[in-house]
Design a protein. Structure first.
Length: 85
């Protein structure tokens, strides 16, 4: 899972700061026969909703419903920036 800050440009051209959560799910495919592999891949794809629900639950419970509130000064980022030497 990656968490990044970004900007969302609205129709009136103003930009709102956002937090972008991204993730990927890896599924092992160990079947050696091509027909079995295709069946497993098809099953994984058809069960995409399960992965989406797990991701949504993780973001909702671990990040968005946190009992901690972060108060930032205007134009202050929650994500540290790398220093260039």
């Amino acid at each position: 899972m990656d968490i990044n800050e970004g900007g969302l440009q609205l129709p009136d051209k103003t930009v709102r700061p956002i937090v972008l959560f991204t993730a990927s799910f890896n599924h092992a495919i160990v079947q050696e026969e091509q027909s079995q592999r295709l069946e497993v891949i098809s099953q994984i794809i058809s069960n995409w909703r399960t992965d989406l629900e797990a991701y949504t639950e993780l973001v909702d419970t671990k990040f968005l419903n946190s009992p901690y509130q972060i108060n930032l000064a205007p134009n202050q980022s929650i994500i540290p920036t790398a220093r260039i030497f």
